[in-house]
Design a protein around this ligand. Structure first.
Ligand SMILES: NC(=O)c1ccc[n+]([C@@H]2O[C@H](COP(=O)([O-])OP(=O)(O)OC[C@H]3O[C@@H](n4cnc5c(N)ncnc54)[C@H](O)[C@@H]3O)[C@@H](O)[C@H]2O)c1
Ligand SMILES: Nc1ncnc2c1ncn2[C@@H]1O[C@H](COP(=O)(O)OP(=O)(O)OP(=O)(O)O)[C@@H](O)[C@H]1O
Length: 527
């Protein structure tokens, strides 16, 4: 139905033109065709007139919508009669009722809503296509019609009618498939209320589906104690556990130099083989300090097998296993399950002369702790323009900038004033080194961003970039470094769990917040 027929009798009712709409849209204003209505509040005949109107309506077989409308009018008429009988409160009720009716009617006139509210809507193929178009692959759409406030008036107009919050959809801003991997939080979406349910920072547990068969042992060089332990561990793994052992060529030579019976130990001959190590190795064991864990991570340019770091260094933030108990630990790890910390890495590209149209990018470099851009041997302040997802962040003028993972937050970034961050918190730390500005405080950016650091053409000197303290490269004016989170984390085995191991390391290695407790004697509060 689009409008009231001019043949209908003029009726006496109290809707001002602005209170009713004429044609099912929320924009028009209802004006009776003959403009002949009286002030209904002054008339006792209004209900009678309404009845006539309804009779005519039903004779003409108007649709649901008009029926509802006429029902509404009947209720208005009732209210008006009560007004006429001098009940002042009824006047207020009528006004409130009309307001609610107007609101409800405007909402319900949308065809889509009407279908949904009467439960006769079924997802069509085109609905589904539209949903997908809107939400994208990673979108979440409202599953529920919201029944937040059913109104129960004495008229059946509101039967099965519902007040709704506006429906909406959530979708992830993915620039291409690659970024989909950053979707960690599962967002639950019931009745229009957004809550997060599953989180990435839960303790991860690794369970073997078949027993590990090959272990790679990586050792800190130039240490007799490490060499001795390595020889012992190789024998134990082979003869007690029947596990194949792989070591670096240097280590195999050292073993064979001592004892020719170590010929069963395997190694590789060229760099090409290193690229495929992750396909052969089930477990990596490191014997050394944090530097050896960084070394192990640097060997794997892609996926990394689970890593078991034994502590043989002065500090051991990432090495929770004591070497004296290696058999006990390895026994438990080979059996599984293992608690794992997924340590994220930064993936960095150096772009030479970024202003050129054809960009020459070098091989990506992965960093487990951090990438540092500093002034190197130059005595000038660095001048680094920083962008986050193409938005200007700031210009670093000082000794340099550290872009750190949360695993690296206890290393150089901490020394430069950055916060310590639990390794499972997803993020990139943006920490200046000796900034020549009092207001330059460290930042933590979300893990999904891409950070670009550029040496401007008007820079007085060159900058230098290094990755986990190694592989130094010069950045000339116009060169840039682009950094984002790599898709291949380093899964390190926990001694207890991620949080316990992190807290242990900041207590035992850093002596964090160690202070003598105040004695009981001394000044006391008066009670
Ligand atoms: N001023 C500083 O604190 C400073 C300066 C340069 C480099 N570093 C750190 O040294 C790292 C390279 O380590 P390396 O062993 O090859 O060099 P290294 O032998 O010079 O040792 C650096 C020290 O940093 C510690 N360390 C490394 N990673 C750590 C981490 N994630 N948390 C806490 N401590 C950590 C090591 O245990 C070691 O004591 C770099 O990634 C950088 O973070 C720190
Ligand atoms: N297999 C390896 N081959 C070459 N270099 C290595 C190897 N393992 C470790 N390194 C390097 O040796 C250095 C020292 O290693 P690491 O930090 O493990 O020992 P550490 O200095 O005794 O420990 P800590 O740093 O806790 O005092 C680091 O710079 C690291 O990169």
């Amino acid at each position: 139905m689009s409008s009231l027929s001019p043949s209908l009798s003029p009726c006496n009712f109290a809707m001002s033109p602005s209170e009713l709409t004429s044609n099912g849209s929320s924009s028009g204003t209802f004006v009776h065709p003959e403009n002949g209505f009286k002030d209904p509040l002054s008339s006792l005949d209004s209900e009678k007139v309404m009845m006539e109107f309804l009779q005519q309506s039903s004779v003409k077989g108007i649709d649901d919508h008009l029926f509802e409308f006429s029902e509404a009018l009947r209720t208005v008429a009732k209210a008006l009669r009560r007004v006429a009988e001098g009940k002042a409160s009824a006047q207020a009720e009528a006004a409130e009722w009309k307001r609610k009716y107007e609101l409800e009617r405007t909402r319900n006139l949308s065809k889509e809503f009407r279908e949904l509210s009467f439960g006769d809507h079924h997802d069509t193929e085109s609905d589904r296509t539209n949903n997908e178009k809107f939400c994208g692959k990673h979108g979440i759409c409202s599953q529920h019609i919201l029944r937040d406030g059913e109104i129960d008036f004495d008229s059946k107009v509101f039967h099965n009618k519902i007040m709704r919050k506006a429906s909406f959809r959530l979708s992830w801003g993915c620039n291409g498939e690659k970024n989909g991997q950053h979707k960690h939080d599962i967002v639950s979406f019931e009745r229009g209320n957004i809550t997060t349910a599953e989180r990435s920072s839960k303790q991860i547990s690794l369970r073997w589906e078949s027993p590990p068969q090959k272990v790679l042992i990586l050792t800190k060089p130039n240490s007799i104690s490490v060499q001795v332990l390595c020889a012992e561990m190789v024998r134990w793994l082979k003869h007690q556990k029947n596990i194949d052992v792989l070591v670096e060529p240097r280590v195999r030579n050292e073993l064979l130099l001592d004892d020719s019976s170590y010929s069963f130990v395997q190694t590789w001959e060229n760099d090409e083989e290193i690229l495929h190590l992750h396909t052969k190795v089930d477990l990596v064991v490191t014997l050394g300090g944090d530097g050896t864990v960084l070394w192990a991570a640097s060997i794997f340019k892609g996926p990394v097998p689970p890593l078991v770091p034994f502590s043989l260094g002065s500090l051991g933030f990432m090495t929770p296993f004591q070497s004296e108990h290696y058999q006990e630990y390895l026994d438990a790890i080979i059996k599984g399950p293992i608690s794992i910390t997924l340590r994220h890495r930064l993936q960095c590209h150096v772009i030479r002369d970024a202003a050129k149209d054809e960009l020459e990018t070098e091989e990506p470099i992965l960093a487990l702790n951090e990438v540092t851009i500093d002034r190197g041997i130059s005595s000038y302040l660095t001048n680094l323009e920083c962008y986050c997802d193409n938005s200007f962040v700031t210009c670093v003028q000082g000794d340099g900038l550290i872009l750190s993972t949360t695993s690296g937050s206890t290393a150089y970034s901490l020394a430069a004033g950055g916060s310590m961050v639990h390794p499972q918190v997803p993020g990139i730390l943006f920490t200046p080194i000796c900034p020549h500005s009092l207001s330059f405080r460290p930042l933590i950016l979300p893990e999904n961003v891409t950070v670009r650091v550029q040496v401007p053409f008007n820079s007085r000197g060159h900058a230098w970039v290094s990755f986990d303290g190694k592989d130094r490269k010069q950045l000339a004016a116009g060169d840039a470094l682009v950094c984002s989170m790599a898709p291949w984390p380093v899964p390190t085995a926990c001694q207890v769990n991620s949080t316990h191991d992190f807290l242990r390391s900041i207590h035992e290695d850093l002596h964090w917040n160690l202070r003598k407790t105040q004695s009981f004697d001394g000044p006391k509060e008066l009670s």
